[in-house]
Design a protein around this ligand. Structure first.
Ligand code: CP
Ligand code: NVA
Length: 325
């Protein structure tokens, strides 16, 4: 990886690169380990090209529609900037301003938008909305977060780990907290990439069993492992990466108080990270609630790479868009 032959243009023209054209990006489960590594490599190459100041605009004249039903800072800005850097254009579409908000069906929306656009990114609640949109659309659809998963974030995260550690296979990632959309995508990614993922959640907040079953299936083929724990210290033991996310995700704000009680022993703090490897990395998809799921000294400390993760949303998503659109 990283040789001068691996320019974004050369990667996109390769057999693997060309084979991704027209695909949706709904879940890491739909991509092979080779395809995921390809997108990471393309993300790294696009980052290098962008930083060199050299323009690379394979999406000239193309438009991405971005449907948002939930708030966003990173996803909105990185997709819009990413499209601009690739020579294309992005449209911000809030659900309330679309006829979708007045009851037009997802299928009719997908069919209409396919007549104007070259790709759609959607952030929504139910995962079935994304699946339905992709079924109705004749253009690629990208999952920008659902209640079930957040694959763009996980791809950017594995790119970030790869940059810091020089490899992915064999590394141990510990996820502490809520069994939510973030951990689901991290589990699928880790299992595809031959990593060891240990997840610690309190009772009643476990990862989805169907996602865990897919992860277990995948790990048979890749040598990865997935373990589930109630004691965060057990999960963090010997970890290369310690990852956490908010205790109440978007759509679950009403449960905040109850969740603060349920998660009180699941804060990532100085005492917990003592059990990780001395050169561990701390990761969080952001936005973070300092001194809730993570103590300020850990998220602002020297092991934290949270803003590298945020930056890599741009580069990893440019890889996705350049490959599939
Ligand atoms: N991590 C992430 O998706 O951030 P936003 O909610 O700000 O897009
Ligand atoms: N789990 C969080 C991720 C935000 C990027 C949420 O869904 O709110």
């Amino acid at each position: 990886m990283g040789t001068s032959l691996n320019t974004p243009a050369a990667l996109l023209q390769s057999e693997l690169g060309a084979s991704l054209k027209g695909r949706d990006f709904l879940a890491l489960a739909d991509y092979t380990p080779e395809e995921i590594m390809f997108l990471i490599e393309l993300g790294v190459a696009l980052k290098k090209t962008q930083k060199s100041g050299e323009p690379f605009q394979p999406l000239k004249g193309k438009t991405l529609g971005m449907i948002f039903e939930k708030s966003s800072t990173r996803t909105r800005v990185s997709f819009e900037v990413g499209m601009y850097q690739l020579g294309g254009h992005a449209l911000f579409l809030s659900r309330n301003d679309l006829q979708l908000g007045r009851g037009e069906t997802i299928d009719d929306t997908a069919r209409t938008m396919s007549r104007y656009l070259d790709g759609i990114m959607i952030r929504t609640y139910g995962h079935r909305n994304v699946v339905e949109l992709a079924r109705g659309a004749t253009i690629p659809v990208i999952n920008g977060l659902t209640d079930l998963s957040h694959p763009c974030q996980a791809l950017a995260d594995y790119m970030t780990i790869f940059e810091h550690k020089g490899k992915l296979q064999g590394l141990k990632i510990a996820y502490i907290g809520d069994g939510n959309n973030m951990v689901h995508s991290l589990m699928l990614g880790a299992c595809k990439l031959g990593m060891h993922i240990a997840v610690a959640t309190p009772e009643n907040y476990d990862p989805d069993e169907e996602v865990a079953d897919i992860a277990r299936d995948v790990m048979q083929q890749t040598g990865a492992t997935y373990t589930h724990h109630r004691d965060p210290r057990e999960a963090v033991k010997g970890a290369d990466i310690v990852y956490t996310d908010v205790w109440a995700s978007m759509g679950f704000e009403a449960e905040q108080a109850a969740r603060e009680i349920a998660f009180k022993d699941f804060q990532v703090n100085a005492a917990l990270v003592k059990h990780a490897k001395p050169d561990y990395l701390f990761m969080h998809c952001l936005p973070a609630h300092r001194d809730e799921e993570v103590s300020s000294d850990v998220i602002d400390g020297k092991h934290s790479i949270v803003f590298d993760q945020a930056e890599n949303r741009l580069h990893a998503q440019k890889a996705i868009m350049a490959a599939i659109m």
